[in-house]
Ligand binder design. Structure first.
Ligand code: NOJ
Ligand code: CA
Length: 571
C-alpha cells in the first residue's frame, strides 16, 4: 500500500489558517438531537443535523464531553477518555460523524478535561485503593491539618470547590483527603506527576488520529495549586464583613488555586503534541481553544504563548462577552483591548455557553430581546477574529431555569437553591420545530422543552427573512465573503458616543466596512466623521440593516432604530 504523504501542499495555507476567521458552534450533545427516543441527545443526532449547521455556515463544532462518564457533571466527569459514552453512541458513530462533517468542511473539536477525572476512572480507583498504589500520586492526596489528635479530621486548608463547600474530601480507608476543585466525584489530577502528562498526550493522539479538528481545554487555569497549601484570602464587602456565596460559604479570592505557575508549560507541551498531527490525511491546523476566564488582557495574551513556544490558538476572550450589560464605553474599551493589546493574535469572542445564562438573561430587557440579540450577534460576528456560537443562540433560545428545586438536574443548582439554580436553564433541548418536544426527541426530554419553542424554533425562523436565524446566516455569510472581514483590523469610530458602538473593518486593498449598533431603546443618529479616528464623509452601500432600519447613505449620518444594527461598505 502506498504510504500517504504527510507533506502539505502549497495551497494548504487556507487549511492552516482556517481557525483565524472561524465560526465555531458549541453543541451540548445531551440537548441537541435525540435519535433513539431515550430523551438524551446523541452523536447520530448531531450527524443528522450537519446539513443545518452547514447551511448556517459554521466551520467547526465543539462538542462538550462525549466520553464514558457517570454524568454527575454531565460528561465533565470522565471515566474513560478513549471511549464514547453509550448514551451518546459508539466509536463507529463518532467516526461517521467526523467523516460526514469533514465532507461538509466542518471540523469536530472535542473537549479535553485535564484538571480532573471521574472518581470512577480506573486511575482514581487504583489511586484510592492504598497509599502504596502506583497511581496514588496521580491525584492530590494530603493529610489533614496538623495539630492535636482531633485536628486530623480538619481539611488541609480553606480551599473551596467551585460547586460549594470544602474542596477536600476525606477518604476514611486511606485516612487522607483528596482535592477536588469541582464536584466530590471529580478528583483533581496531580500535574506534577510526569505520568499524567504522558497519559494525556496519548489521549490526544488517540483522537487526533481519528481526525478531530482540535480540542477545547476545560478548566485549564486550575491545573496547579499552591504547593505550600496556603489558605486563600476571604473577600470582604465595603463594611469589611466576609462576603458569602450562594452555597453559604465565605467568598475566597482564588489566589492559590487558579492561574498558578506550571499551566503555560503544560499548554506548550500539548500544543507541540497537536502540531505533530497536521497531515495530508486530515489537513489543517488542529486548533487548541482554552477555557480562559481571565480578567485582564495581559494574562489572556500570555495564553497565546510566544512564536518559539506557542500555546493556545484561541484562548477564549470572556472579557467582552461577559460584561453583562449594554454599556457602550465598556464594550469599546474591551474590544480595543482585544484588538490592540493582543497584537496579531486572533481574538476568540463568545457571549455565552453551557455554564452561563443565555444572552436574553444577561443582556435582554424583556421587550426588545430579539433586537438586542441582533446587536450582540453583530458584535460577535463582525469583529475581527474567531467567534463561538452556543447552540440555539442563533434562533434566540431563552434561558429557562427550573422553577422548583426538585426539578433541578445540575447538582450545583440543588446545593445552591434558590440563589444558585444551576445550569439547566441554558441547557434545554434545541428547538427545531413547534411540535410537542420541539423535534428534539420522540421520548421524554431529559430537561423540559421551554414553552417559547412554539414560536422560537428553526422551522419557523427558516421561512422568515426577518428572523434572528436569518440575521445570523447573513452575518456569517458576510464574515466569509467581505474581504475586510477576513482579518481586517477593528478601528473604533465616534468614540465619545455613549449610545452607539461603531467600528470600521479595514484591510489593505479592500473596501472599508463600517458597523454601528445602537445600545438604546430610542432612535439615534451616529456620525462617524466625529472624534480622533473620525473618517471623511463618504458614501455607503448597505450590506445589512435591522428589519425596520433605514438605508444610511453617508458616514456622517447613520440612522438606527431602537437596538438597531447597520453594516455598510464605504464606496
Ligand atoms: C467548565 C465546564 O464548562 C463546566 O461545565 C464544568 O462543570 C467544569 N469546567 C468542570 O469540568
Ligand atoms: Ca439518545
Amino acid at each position: 500500500m502506498k504510504k500517504a504523504s504527510t507533506a502539505l501542499r502549497a495551497d494548504d495555507a487556507r487549511e492552516l489558517d482556517w481557525w483565524k476567521n472561524a465560526v465555531i458552534y458549541e453543541v451540548y450533545p445531551r440537548s441537541f438531537q435525540d435519535t433513539n427516543g431515550d430523551g438524551i441527545g446523541d452523536l447520530n443526532g448531531i450527524t443528522k443535523r450537519l446539513d443545518y449547521l452547514k447551511e448556517l455556515g459554521v466551520d467547526a463544532i465543539w462538542l462538550t464531553p462525549v466520553y464514558r462518564s457517570p454524568h454527575v457533571d454531565f460528561g465533565y466527569d470522565i471515566s474513560d477518555y478513549m471511549s464514547i459514552d453509550p448514551q451518546y453512541g459508539t466509536l463507529e458513530d463518532f467516526d461517521r460523524l467526523v467523516a460526514e462533517a469533514t465532507e461538509r468542511h466542518i471540523r469536530v473539536v472535542l473537549d479535553m478535561v485535564m484538571n480532573h477525572t471521574s472518581d470512577q476512572h480506573q486511575w482514581f480507583i487504583q489511586s484510592r485503593s492504598s497509599r502504596e498504589n502506583p497511581y496514588r500520586d496521580w491525584y492530590m492526596w494530603r493529610d489533614g491539618r496538623a495539630g492535636n489528635a482531633s485536628a486530623r479530621r480538619q481539611p488541609p486548608n480553606n480551599w473551596q470547590s467551585l460547586f460549594g463547600h470544602s474542596a477536600w474530601q476525606w477518604h476514611q480507608p486511606t485516612r487522607q483527603y483528596y482535592y477536588h476543585k469541582f464536584y466530590v466525584e471529580q478528583p483533581d489530577l496531580n500535574w506534577h506527576n510526569p505520568a499524567v502528562h504522558e497519559a494525556f498526550r496519548q489521549v490526544m493522539a488517540f483522537w487526533l488520529k481519528r481526525g478531530v479538528g482540535g480540542f477545547r481545554f476545560d478548566a485549564i487555569t486550575t491545573l496547579f495549586e499552591d504547593p505550600g497549601l496556603a489558605d486563600e484570602g476571604v473577600l470582604v464587602d465595603k463594611d469589611g464583613k466576609p462576603m458569602i456565596n450562594a452555597f453559604g460559604d465565605p467568598q475566597l479570592d482564588g489566589s492559590k488555586t487558579d492561574n498558578q505557575p506550571g499551566v503555560h508549560e503544560v499548554i506548550q507541551e500539548m500544543r507541540a503534541e497537536a502540531d505533530k498531527f497536521i497531515s495530508s490525511k486530515f489537513p489543517g491546523t488542529r486548533v487548541l481553544i482554552g477555557e480562559t476566564y481571565l480578567h485582564n488582557i495581559g494574562d489572556l495574551k500570555k495564553m497565546y504563548g510566544t512564536p518559539e513556544k506557542p500555546e493556545f490558538h484561541l484562548p477564549m476572550n470572556t472579557q467582552v462577552g461577559m460584561i453583562n450589560r449594554l454599556d457602550v464605553t465598556e464594550f469599546r474599551q474591551k474590544l480595543i483591548d482585544a484588538e490592540t493589546h493582543l497584537g496579531d493574535h486572533i481574538p476568540l469572542l463568545l457571549f455565552d455557553n453551557h455554564d452561563k445564562p443565555r444572552i436574553d438573561a444577561r443582556y435582554g430587557d424583556g421587550v426588545h430581546d430579539i433586537d438586542i440579540q441582533r446587536v450582540i450577534a453583530t458584535i460577535l460576528l463582525a469583529s475581527r477574529g474567531a467567534a463561538l456560537i452556543y447552540y440555539g443562540d442563533e434562533i434566540g433560545m431563552k434561558t429557562t431555569p427550573p422553577s422548583r428545586r426538585d426539578e433541578v438536574k445540575d447538582p450545583m443548582g440543588i446545593a445552591g437553591w434558590p440563589e444558585e439554580k444551576g445550569r439547566d436553564g441554558e441547557r434545554t433541548p434545541m428547538q427545531w420545530n413547534a411540535t410537542r418536544n420541539a423535534g428534539f426527541t420522540s421520548g421524554t426530554p431529559w430537561l423540559p422543552v421551554p414553552p417559547s419553542a412554539k414560536t422560537i424554533n428553526v422551522r419557523t425562523e427558516k421561512s422568515d427573512p426577518n428572523s434572528l436565524l436569518a440575521w445570523y446566516k447573513t452575518l456569517i455569510r458576510l464574515k466569509k465573503t467581505v474581504p475586510a472581514f477576513a482579518n481586517g483590523a477593528n478601528i473604533m469610530l465616534d468614540t465619545e458616543n455613549t449610545q452607539v458602538l461603531s467600528w470600521m473593518r479595514q484591510a489593505a486593498g479592500a473596501p472599508q466596512v463600517v458597523v454601528c449598533v445602537n445600545f438604546t431603546a430610542c432612535k439615534v443618529v451616529a456620525d462617524l466623521t466625529l472624534g480622533e479616528t473620525g473618517m471623511r464623509p463618504r458614501k455607503l452601500k448597505t450590506l445589512l440593516k435591522s428589519p425596520d432600519g433605514a438605508d444610511s447613505l453617508v458616514t456622517s449620518r447613520i440612522v438606527l432604530g431602537p437596538y438597531g444594527a447597520y453594516i455598510g461598505e464605504v464606496v
